[in-house]
Ligand binder design. Structure first.
Ligand SMILES: Nc1nc2c(ncn2[C@@H]2O[C@H](COP(=O)(O)OP(=O)(O)O)[C@@H](O)[C@H]2O)c(=O)[nH]1
Ligand SMILES: [Mg+2]
Length: 696
């Protein structure tokens, strides 16, 4: 493998809505640049970047993958990313490591829901962009419609630098407006093309399009504006330089045209990546100085002390952990020890590897701006920074949205519990968007992800890679019980039939306490009505009974018990007897004290385009939600509400169908509140039915 200097590198993230052709275009680019020797296809499951089992099987990308090729002596690192919503966290993590975004549109569909999302990601990271309208060979492909949707959604920065030669069945290539040349391709996927003059019948259209482009570029600088006014146009070099500037300052987004599966226009895309997009050296590495917490930056240059960021971890069942790095500054070599600043410890590196999808090739050293992978690092996880401890810098980690859907999982075969927790830990390492935990109350193992498909893919991974079959279930709601009234009762346990008997007797008062106080026990025994050593036993009896619940088996909380009287027997009394007396008193008191069920209430924030606000609020009302406020952020409607957790279990798929996938939401626990009586009765009935089934 060659070593590339920073200015001979381009790092691009290929992004777009699912199925717009990102993986196919990656495949075509690799073939066009000669990095692979055939045009691999998503349908055949042989592409470089969709190599995971789940990707081959489902024919969609579920995680980002890295590939590279060389064009005009420049190394192009390509991050092919997922485009479906449940996997977009991974797209965001990958873009964090890129220097530019190549935004792909399906030429039939135009801008789609996730196109907007990935466009925003590129904004968040300040990435220059080019745009590609793909699938121009398809029936109903339309340039006007696609461009109109682009302008409506993203403003006027997008501007074609090409014209297509034909469309649909006639799409054979492109006119390059900058070079004033046309490129006509064979339609057999071979990538063979001829450079030709702009066809006469397209000349007028090409001139008009070029003029628009020139005007737009002229506006990017005063100097170009002057030249433009003097000469009435901009010539080759000025146009190119102006375009580069416009791209860098993110005021211009050049638009190109392709058919990825027919391999048409791909060489022009490689040209555009090399000529229009910046090298890593054009930006500075920005982070935080861990000693002062102040922002620091440095040039992306091999002459600087080393700093690198782990943007991806692959849990390979054979190779083990593979950490994928973006090197920001300095150079790194195989078989050296480097400092993980985030974990504050050294790690021994084996060989540095270049990644072509899943294929690794050792490289001796890597220079600033490039990517590499290392296997079997011990402590390193996604989001870690490595740097020279003498000149430390930490790169901020990417914020991963909270999961939106939670399932309870259990292994199909008992005894697989350990295997499952090990498999989950490894899976979570490579996919920071999944979360798993054991619910302290329901004891269920919970697996949360960004959508049903995300959880299903995770479960499939658990099965295929780690051989653990799991069942997915709707999670139990951690209801609780409490009281609204007071009680004053006696609990007396007496068994005195021959021999050693049992005797315990207590009088307690029970009263409600504020939410969140759990349980309080007051000992007001004076004068030894119950001997001191038995008093903790009474409390223990109450605590144990409260944990088992009274109405429907859920823990009783937020109440106070005052032990104020009792009696004992000098021979028959024991801790055991007082514990039983305590639990008897508890049950009696519950009967009197108006027990009720409590349910967890969530703070929910819903984000969707404004048109959906009415439907969404109606739906929230039907879920017993209470509206807390509304807001518009970045043109997006934000609805805040408090909704019972039980009503949110099915929210993720409903929101998707209500908003055509445009909505998203976030929720977190707020507090416990009383379950309305008619619903409480259903929960209690359900619980007793389950109990019966268990004892059958
Ligand atoms: N007709 C046509 N189909 C394409 C083109 N690019 C991709 N496809 C098909 O669109 C589907 C999705 O492609 P894929 O590359 O997996 O999209 P991704 O989700 O953006 O990675 C596959 O069936 C491809 O064969 C194209 O340029 N023309
Ligand atoms: Mg893909």
């Amino acid at each position: 493998m060659r070593v590339y200097e920073s200015d001979a590198i381009r790092n691009i993230g290929i992004v777009g809505h699912g199925a717009c052709g990102k993986t196919s275009l990656t495949s075509a680019l690799l073939f066009a640049a000669g990095a692979v020797n055939r045009l691999a296809r998503v349908e055949e499951g042989n592409t470089v970047t969709d190599y995971e089992d789940e990707e081959v099987e489902r024919k969609i990308s579920v995680s980002s993958a890295l590939a590279h090729c060389e064009w005009n002596k420049t190394k192009i690192n390509i991050l092919d990313t997922p485009g479906y919503r449940p996997f977009l966290s991974d797209t965001k993590l990958a873009l964090r490591a890129a220097d530019a975004a190549v935004v792909i549109l399906d030429g039939v569909a135009g801008v789609e829901v996730q196109t907007e999302k990935v466009w925003e990601f590129a904004d968040d990271f300040g990435l220059p962009r080019i745009m590609i309208i793909n699938k121009l060979d398809r029936d109903n492909a339309s340039l006007e419609r696609s461009l109109q949707s682009v302008h409506e959604t993203f403003g006027r920065s997008a501007i074609p630098v090409q014209l297509p030669l034909g469309l649909e069945k006639e799409f054979t290539g492109v006119v390059d407006l900058i070079a004033g040349k046309a490129y006509r391709y064979e339609r057999d996927g071979s990538g063979k093309f001829q450079e030709i003059d702009v066809p006469a019948e397209l000349q007028a259209e090409a001139d008009a399009a070029r003029e628009k482009l020139v005007e737009m570029v002229a506006e990017t600088s005063d100097q170009l504006m002057e030249k433009f006014f003097e000469a009435g146009t901009l010539e080759g070099d000025d146009l190119l330089a102006g375009l580069q500037n416009g791209v860098m300052s993110r005021t211009v987004v050049p638009v190109l045209f392709t058919s990825a599966v027919l391999n048409i226009g791909t060489h022009r895309v490689l040209e555009a990546i090399v000529n229009l997009l910046p090298s890593p050296a054009a930006a500075r590495a920005r982070g935080i100085d861990p000693r002062t917490q102040e922002p620091v930056e440095r040039p992306v240059s091999s002459g600087e002390p080393y700093s690198a960021y782990v943007f991806k971890t692959v849990a390979d069942p054979f190779t083990g952990r593979i950490s994928v790095f973006r090197l920001y500054s300095g150079l790194m070599k195989s078989d050296s020890t480097y400092h993980n600043q985030t974990k504050e410890r050294p790690e021994k590196f084996g060989p540095l590897q270049a990644l072509q999808g899943k294929t690794m090739t050792p490289v001796g050293e890597v220079h600033a701006g490039d990517f590499f992978a290392v296997t079997k690092l011990k402590e390193t996880t996604t989001g870690d920074t490595f740097c020279d401890p003498a000149k430390p810098i930490v790169f901020p980690a990417v914020e991963i949205p909270e999961p939106s859907i939670t399932f309870a999982i259990e292994p199909k075969s008992r005894g697989d519990e350990d295997k499952l927790s090990n498999a989950l830990a490894r899976t979570a390492e490579e996919d920071p968007a999944i979360r798993y935990s054991r619910d302290a109350q329901t004891k269920q193992l919970l697996l949360a992800g960004s959508g049903q498909l995300h959880v299903e893919v995770t479960v499939a991974k658990l099965r295929k890679r780690y051989g653990v079959e799991v069942l997915l279930k709707t999670p139990k709601i951690p209801y609780r019980e409490t009281i609204k009234g007071r009680a004053d009762v006696q609990g007396r346990y007496k068994k005195q039939t021959g021999g050693h008997g049992q005797y315990g007797d207590c009088k307690i008062k029970m009263e409600p306490m504020p939410r969140g106080t759990q349980f309080e026990f007051a000992d007001e025994i004076f004068g030894g009505a119950i001997p001191r050593n038995f008093i903790p036993a009474v409390e223990k009896g109450i605590v144990e009974a409260a944990a088992k619940g009274f109405l429907a088996g859920y823990p009783v909380v937020d109440f106070k018990v005052t032990l104020y009287d009792g009696s004992y027997h000098s021979v028959d009394s024991s801790e055991m007897a007082f514990k039983v007396a305590g639990s008897m008193a508890f049950k009696k008191a519950m009967e009197e004290a108006q027990p009720v069920l409590l349910e967890p209430i969530m703070n929910v924030e819903i984000y969707a385009p404004q048109d959906y606000a009415g439907d969404l609020m109606g739906d929230l009302t039907s879920r017993r939600g209470r509206l807390q406020g509304m807001d518009i952020r970045r043109g997006i409607q934000v609805i805040k509400a408090q909704v019972p957790m039980a009503e949110m279990v099915t929210y993720s798929p409903s929101l998707t169908s209500m908003t055509g996938g445009r909505g998203s939401f976030h929720m977190e626990f707020s507090h416990y509140d009383e379950v309305p009586a008619h619903i409480a009765q259903k929960i209690i009935d359900e619980e007793s039915r389950e109990k019966e089934q268990e004892t059958d």
